[in-house]
Structure formats: C-alpha cells, structure tokens
Design a protein around this ligand. Sequence first.
Ligand SMILES: [Zn+2]
Length: 258
Amino acid sequence: MSPRRLSGMYTTRQGRKVAWRVRFSSRAKHVRLVLSGGDGLGIVAPNRWCDDPESLLIDHDAWIDRMVARLERVAAESGQRVDTEHRLPATIALRAVHEMWHVTYTPSPSSRIAVHADRTSHVLGIFGPVGEKERVARALRRFVARRAEGALPLRMRDIAASKDLPLRSVRVYPARSRWGSCSTQGDIMLSTRLLFLSPELAEHVMMHELAHLSHMDHGSRFHARLDAFDPLAREHARGLREAGPLVPWWMDVRRDGS
Ligand SMILES: [Zn+2]
C-alpha cells in the first residue's frame, strides 16, 4: 500500500474540484470536514486518526459537492471566481483600490523568490523557484501587505477627515479573524484582506471602526452613529458576512507558520 496522502485534489461525482488537506488537532475528538473558499477542504482529525482520507471524502461526496457549489454561487453573485483548486493566480484583483494586477512567473536558478511590482503597468513579476507554491504564496502575501500599508490607512484618514474625526493611529495587519478593530485608546487596525473587498465594503469596515471611537460596544447608539456614516450599513454588514470566500487561498498562513 502506498503511504497515506495528507493532501490532494478531490473531484466530486458531479465533477467539482476542491483541494483538500488533513489538519491534525489535539482538541478534535472526531473527524470533521470544513470547507472555505480560502482554505479549500480541511479534514480536521484527532492526532491519532489513521483512516484513509480519500475514502472519507468519497463517503461525503454529496455534502462536499453541495458545499463547493454553494461557495461558487456566493462568489459568482459577488462577481468573483472562487478558487478551490489552490492554483497560483494569473491575476490579483485588489478591488478596494481598483487595481487589477497581472502576475507573471519566470523560473530561474536562484534559490530565492524575487518580486517586482510595476506600478505603471500593474504587472507583478515573480522570479526564482516559482514552482514552490507555498513560498510564492508567502511572496504574494508580502506584496498585498505592502499595498495595504500604502493604501488603506490613507483612505481611512480621508474618511475620518471628511467627518472631522481625529484619528490616533491606523495600522494594517494580516489577521484573518477580523476585518478591523479599534482599541479603547482609539487605535485602529485594518486587515490587509480588506483589499479584496469592494470599495463599499472596505469603507464600511473603516466607518464601523470610526463609529467605535465614540461607542465601544455594538449597542443601539453605536448603530445609530454607523447608520449616519454609512446609510447602507445593514446591507454592507450582510455583504461582509459572506465576503470570506473573496479572499484567495494564498492569503492564508499555513499552520507551520510559513
Ligand atoms: Zn465592532
């Protein structure tokens, strides 16, 4: 028997493809399947689990197919293609700042990945061992982080200034658990992931954090203020809850910290 594989590509009976990976967890008591547009299909398993992942996938074919179809629908409705196959991107749409980057991959004998971003033509050149997906993904994340640092705080300060609100500090960070946050001291953090949202949704997050400058909780006075900043706040909040799949898989840092 060949060694058990811990990651791969699964094709459902209906022909939908999804990348999968086993993630061992000391806290998991049972095996469970988790699907997201960013991650593909995760098989979360107790450390001692030793069944064959591929037969587990076949057993859950109908569920997987339904979930992948749903993800694709959410992405299509928001005008994006969801990448469940974990391919490196040919284009990167930073919708929040109206930028479409074309990515070129040029293999070279160098052992390091070099990135060249041409701000005029919006061509992002990747050079070096371009077949090493995780390393290229890390380089792409660095590129996105730099664009986020260059664009998001500036936009946020513009919005604050237009509402005569003093801002202490605005920083960007790569967290995936939240789109933004505001400390009790009034320091605002924005996720680099905002770049993948529509400008309206990204600005909604900024206005949400601005509303926290006067009300730290999510009570009625907070919402009244947010509604005053963003008349479509409720619609945008709903859009945000479904926006996770808009963030490409390569934005996710792997468990090994790479
Ligand atoms: Zn909040």
